[in-house]
Design a protein around this ligand. Sequence first.
Ligand SMILES: Cc1cc2nc3c(=O)[nH]c(=O)nc-3n(C[C@H](O)[C@H](O)[C@H](O)COP(=O)(O)O)c2cc1C
Length: 197
Amino acid sequence: MAPPKILVIAGSLRTGSHNARLAALAAKELALAEADVTRISLADYPLPLFDADLAVDAGPPRHAVALKQMLLAHQGVFIASPEYSASVTPLLKNAIDWVSRVRERGEPAYAAFTGRVFAIGSASPAAAGGLRSLMALRQILELGCGALVIPDEINVGHADQAFDDMDNLKDESLAAALRALVRRLANMARETAHWIA
Ligand SMILES: Cc1cc2nc3c(=O)[nH]c(=O)nc-3n(C[C@H](O)[C@H](O)[C@H](O)COP(=O)(O)O)c2cc1C
C-alpha cells in the first residue's frame, strides 16, 4: 500500500520558532511512521491580509491557490499552531481564510479541508502551553471548514526548555504522545486515501 502523504505546517515564521521545531519533530516522527512527508513554510506562500473585495476583484492570489493545491495533494495535515492572544496567529488564520475562498467551478466548498484528516499541536513558553490556540484552531478547522480533526492533540508547555540539543522533546511522555498522534494521523490518512476523490 502506498505511504500516506502528510503535509506539515507551522503557524510561525519567527527565527527560532518553537512551533517550527515542533513541526520539524512531527515531520521526523511521521517519516519514521513511514509516511510520505512534506514540510512547508508559510513564508513561501506570502498572502495579503484577506479582504473580500480583493478576492472578488482580482480573484485569489496565486499563493492561496498554490497552498490549496498543496493541501489537496495530501491526505493528512499536521499543524503546529502558536498561541497569540489566546488564539491562533494571524499568519495561520489568514492562510486558512484565503484557502477556504479558493474554489474551482463546480467544486464543493472547503474541498481542501473536508477530504483529509488533520492533527494539531502547539508549543508555547507558557506553563499551559498553547491550549487556547488548539481550541481556536479546532473550532476554525472543524466548525469553520468542516475538517476532521483527530481528538488527541499535542501541547508543549515551557517550550523554551522543552527541547533538547537534538530538537527532541525532553519529556518522554510528551514525546510518546507525539509519536502516538502522528501514527494515528498516518493511519487515518492511509484510510482517507480510499475515500478522497
Ligand atoms: C502578539 C502575541 C500574543 C501572544 N499571546 C500569547 C498567549 O495568549 N498565550 C501564550 O501562551 N503565549 C502568547 N504569546 C507568546 C507566544 O506563545 C510565544 O511568543 C511563542 O514562542 C510563539 O510561537 P513561536 O515560538 O512558534 O513563534 C504571544 C506572543 C505574541 C507575539
